[in-house]
Design a protein around this ligand. Structure first.
Ligand code: CIR
Length: 256
């Protein structure tokens, strides 16, 4: 797997926040946590590509939101937050050797954090960041490759992947306060521990799950389900409303 990442911006403290109260961010500590995150990706077999920090873009470390990469193409998004719309340029440069690039155009809005692909099914959150026009464009762009795009309403969270991620071939980890379980009823479902509302965002790399260290009860539920979990401390990135999927774009190099 290739993992595209980007160093933490020195301006991270000026990040967008929607559902999280602004709290002081230790940017140096965020950078050190990001180093650990990248080391974890490497230890799980990823070839990590690290782009230079972008001081003009506080949220640029959250690369997931600017591109959706499938086996055949990469779709450069049009992020829902206007402050994030120009973040994609360097990421597009990094992706172009691996995939043909397609684009979401105005009035479409789409954040990669709203896109959960499971095989040929692509679930897209209808959120404050992704609208029907963006979802319709993604559907049209991916249909020639056999993907079916399903719009899923989210509530009280930033992105679809704040509420649900894939943890095994036919299993998802889900926060039912933020997305209807019925939308994922063809999968086995592990519910997060209700005392850990932000725990649904985990990153699946091969058969291992990378998750924040601050959700021990959900961690335990995953292990009881027979899944292997590795943890990282991303507390400073969580203050910027980030988590583990958003700090990388993962894809298989050989499928281009
Ligand atoms: C934002 O509000 O856009 C950033 N502060 C956080 C983005 C996190 N992205 C993600 O989880 N996919």
């Amino acid at each position: 797997m290739i993992a595209i990442t980007r160093e933490v911006s020195p301006t991270l403290a000026a990040c967008q926040l929607t559902h999280v109260e602004r709290a002081p961010i230790d940017v140096a500590r965020a950078g050190a946590q990001h180093d650990d995150y990248r080391a974890a990706l490497a230890s799980l077999g990823c070839r990590v590509v690290t782009l230079a920090a972008e001081p003009d873009f506080p949220d640029a470390v959250f690369v997931e939101d600017v591109a959706v990469v499938v086996d055949e193409v990469a779709v450069m998004t049009r992020p829902g937050a206007p402050s994030r719309r120009a973040e994609g340029a360097r990421v597009a440069d990094a992706l172009s050797p691996f995939r043909p690039l397609l684009h979401i155009d105005a009035p479409g809005m789409l954040d990669g954090g709203d896109v959960l692909r499971i095989d040929r099914d692509v679930f897209v959150g209808r959120s404050q960041r992704s609208n029907d026009a963006g979802i319709a464009q993604l559907r049209t762009l991916l249909a020639p490759f056999g993907y079916t795009v399903h719009a899923v309403q989210t509530r009280d969270c930033l992105h679809l992947k704040s509420a649900v991620t894939q943890v095994a071939e036919r299993t998802v980890l889900l926060q039912s306060a933020w997305v209807d379980r019925a939308a994922f009823d063809v999968y086995d479902v592990v519910e997060i521990d209700p005392g850990e509302p932000h725990a649904a965002n985990v990153l699946r790399i091969g058969e291992t799950l990378l998750m924040p260290s601050c959700f021990p009860r959900t961690h335990q539920r995953l292990e009881v389900a027979g899944l292997r979990v590795v943890v990282v401390d991303v507390s400073e990135l969580q203050k910027a409303e980030g988590a583990v999927t958003c700090c990388s774009i993962l894809f298989a190099a050989e499928q281009c």
